[in-house]
Design a protein around this ligand. Structure first.
Ligand code: SAH
Length: 338
């Protein structure tokens, strides 16, 4: 029997992380459904993901777009191309644009501001989400005042020692945590999150992830399996397990009942029903990829990334049908955090 969400102690959480007991896990998922329905019903919010650059100055050991990967052909979308992605997304009814990219020095604060202002000019009521890594705090403020509403910055792992095994010297967990606090303080709807099954992860580090989310109280939480990319130092490590992903999603939903939690592309990549399973474990967001096809092929943070249907309209239709056949309701509203 899974204890109620309020009184889950460390042992309860660790037991679930390590549990292989089907009944206990089913019990967890049914609790999760209740919690999720209390706040968001059966709704699944759709967001347009636009991967606008695969250039990155960072060198995270797990990530295929790290700067040391010399095999990767790099690209940047122009302002016009980005706006065109937004226009396509808007025509399909999507009301959130998620701009994700590597930490690309070409996109100076002035350039990012210009992009935000241009999107805001065309779409005064849409939500603009940024996912462009760690920047000076003054940049975060500038972007917020230019019209960005949300920011995704996964903490990746809440254990400092583990963090140092996933990232090169110079990247430290304390800075990442501080960035997340700053984003929240500025007023962004803020998303943290972590990979499941990254090398050197343990039940103890996962417990820290859960406790960190509880402490930060982010409005969004991105959780997905680690998947190796062949041109990275972690190429030989195995994928994270779908079962563990689902349990961590469920725990996150119980502890953050109002969070917006995506059923990630990475989940779909490791299991052909990954998205549907994620919805059952508490996810309530899906982010169809609206990047141009050429960009999609080069935004290879991991191998064999589930690409979806090439054509945006067809892909969205497919996702909506998937959501409905899984027993949920596609929701095209902005879907701000409650
Ligand atoms: N530069 C941005 C966006 C990074 S890509 C940033 O730093 O926030 C978005 C997320 O993809 C990362 O936060 C990471 O959790 C995930 N990711 C990167 N490489 C991965 C891999 N090999 N397997 C699974 N997820 C990965």
């Amino acid at each position: 029997m899974v204890r109620g969400k309020k009184n889950m102690n460390d042992n309860d959480i660790l037991r679930i992380i390590e549990s292989q007991d089907k009944d206990e896990i089913e019990d967890l998922f049914s609790q999760v459904q209740k919690v999720r329905e209390e706040h968001y019903g059966k709704n699944v919010y759709l967001r347009a993901l636009i991967e606008f650059t695969n250039c990155c100055k960072n060198d995270c050991y797990y990530c295929g777009i790290r700067c040391s990967n010399l095999k990767l052909e790099r690209y940047r979308l122009s302002l016009d191309e980005i706006i065109n992605c937004c226009i396509t997304a808007d025509k399909l009814g999507l009301k959130t644009f998620v701009l994700q990219g590597g930490e690309d020095p070409y996109f100076t604060k002035e350039r990012v501001k210009e992009i935000i202002l241009a999107i805001r000019g065309e779409f005064p009521n849409h939500a603009i989400t940024l996912s462009i890594g760690e920047r000076p705090y003054s940049d975060y403020e500038l972007f917020f005042h230019a019209g960005a509403n949300r920011y995704l910055l996964r903490h990746e792992t809440a254990c400092a020692v583990h963090y140092s095994k996933l990232h090169p010297k110079g990247m430290i967990l304390a800075s990442r945590k501080e960035a997340l606090q700053t984003l929240k303080k500025i007023g962004y709807q803020t998303g943290a999150g972590f990979m499941i099954g990254s090398p050197f992860q343990t039940p103890q580090t996962l417990l820290k992830d859960i406790r960190f989310l509880e402490e930060l109280q982010p409005q969004m939480a991105g959780i997905g399996p680690f998947i190796p990319q062949k041109d990275t130092p972690f190429s030989a490590y195995p994928c994270g397990s779908i079962d563990l992903c689902l349990k961590m999603l469920a725990l996150t939903r119980l502890l953050l009942p109002k969070a917006l939690i995506p059923a990630t592309t990475a989940m779909e990549t490791i299991d052909k029903n990954g998205r549907e399973l994620a919805l059952k474990a508490g996810a309530n967001v899906i982010m169809p990829n609206l990047s141009p096809v050429s960009a999609k092929k080069l935004y290879t943070i991991y191998d064999n990334k589930a690409a979806g249907k090439e054509e945006a309209a067809e892909n969205l239709l497919y996702l909506k049908e998937k959501i409905i056949s899984s027993g949920y309701l596609p929701d095209l509203s902005r879907g701000d955090a409650k």
